[in-house]
Design a protein around this ligand. Structure first.
Ligand code: PLP
Length: 374
């Protein structure tokens, strides 16, 4: 124990450069890391506001949307989820939630906390959302909510099909692990409200939640949401819709270094070309999944719905899951994730996101895992 009058002794180790192959964060694009070391700008500096505006334009590009209300919220992906529900749910509103993993489960919790009458549609973990069952769950919900890429199971769901079948409901989608990694077309697919995170396939550190909302959904929003910080109406005065010259008003001190980093990561994606970036993720995921099967391992997510950016694989019988992960970290400086929920010790989660979605990273993982299992 130290007292408050003396500084604590330095006990932490120098930060090692890890290979971040878990479910996120991943190793950022070098451009995003470099931007963090740029001189800091104030949140109302015209140079920063230009970066913010271009970041919003780049976010429209990766979301596949023309929504004028597309912005980075100053908090992690979970705050994006919170903002999505707190701005759209009045007590008693019916919200149908497709639950096929941990993050669908979290949506149920968050929607319920904001007073929604939640109708949950449960699925076996490892399987995609069953669109027919979800739309049949209630005749006139205000919102239908689903996770595009379930990070807990490595499964992709068909959001385009959900959008085509949603009727008058608003479609609310978690794109935390899909954005910048697999095809995502918010406008074409009928996504009304979407939130994401920076630390996965966008290849930036955690800390911001890219968010988008259509005019249709904004018109049906809660007049005065119970959260001041996440009130999209108030936020619009600083970023997004009311960003015209001279009209900005202070709302909160935006994390300017993080926004500059996101801007750099998004520029990198735009320079490469979004569809090429999706192809790069697809190739890396296929190589990894083929390599794991060639080692005799069994993949967890249902075939046909496997995410390339997040592979789930069963821990072989008799192998201590945590010991293998510990060995990979100590010996190879390489992080992979444990499974989620009931699969915590029987599944590993291996991420190839953003800058890590490359064949040389795949070779590294396969070699290290072979060593760990030898
Ligand atoms: N939704 C999904 C699908 C996620 O994978 C995560 C995080 O892993 C979240 C939401 C929550 O995001 P965060 O941890 O950035 O708050």
């Amino acid at each position: 124990m130290t007292s408050s009058s003396t500084p604590p002794p330095a006990t932490t180790r120098p930060i090692a450069e890890r290979h971040l192959f878990g479910p996120g964060p991943c190793n950022p694009y070098p451009e995003a890391t470099l931007a963090l070391a740029s001189p800091l700008l104030g949140h109302l500096d015209p140079d920063f506001l230009a970066i913010m505006d271009e970041t919003c334009d780049l976010l429209r590009y990766v979301w596949g949307t023309d929504n004028r209300r597309t912005l980075p919220l100053s908090a992690t992906g979970s705050a994006g989820m919170e903002a999505a529900f707190v701005n759209t749910v009045e007590p008693g509103d019916v919200v149908v939630v497709a639950v096929n993993g941990l993050f669908g489960e979290r949506m149920v919790d968050v929607a319920g906390r904001h007073g929604a009458q939640v109708v949950r549609v449960d699925h076996e973990w490892g399987r995609p959302v069953d669109v027919e069952r979800v739309v049949a769950a209630h005749p006139s919900p205000k919102i239908i909510a689903a996770v595009h890429a379930e990070t807990s199971t490595g499964v992709r769901s068909d959001i385009a099909a959900l959008g085509a079948a949603k009727g008058d409901a608003l479609l609310l989608v978690d794109a935390v692990t899909s954005i910048g990694g697999i095809e995502l077309r918010a406008d074409d697919w009928g996504i009304d409200i979407g939130y994401a995170g920076t630390q996965k396939c966008l290849g930036v550190a955690p800390g911001l939640a890219p968010f988008t909302i259509s005019d249709r959904a904004f018109a049906r929003r809660v007049e005065k949401p119970s959260s001041w910080y996440l009130d999209l109406g108030l936020l619009g005065g600083y970023v997004g819709e009311a960003a015209g010259a001279g009209k900005r008003t202070y709302h909160h001190t935006a994390p300017t270094a993080m926004v500059a980093s996101l801007h750099a990561g998004l520029r990198r994606i735009a320079d490469e070309g979004l569809e090429k970036v999706w192809d790069r993720h697809a190739e890396a995921g296929r190589l990894l999944q083929d390599g794991l099967e060639a080692m005799g391992l069994t993949l967890f997510a249902e075939e046909g719905s496997r995410l390339p950016e997040l592979t789930t694989v069963r821990v072989p019988e008799g192998v201590d899951s945590a010991a293998v992960r510990g060995y990979l970290l100590e010996r190879h400086n390489l992080e992979i994730g444990a499974g989620a929920g009931a699969f915590a010790s029987s599944v590993w989660r291996i991420g190839l996101m953003g800058h890590n979605a490359r064949p040389d990273r795949v070779a590294l993982i396969l070699a290290a895992l072979e060593d760990a299992l030898a």
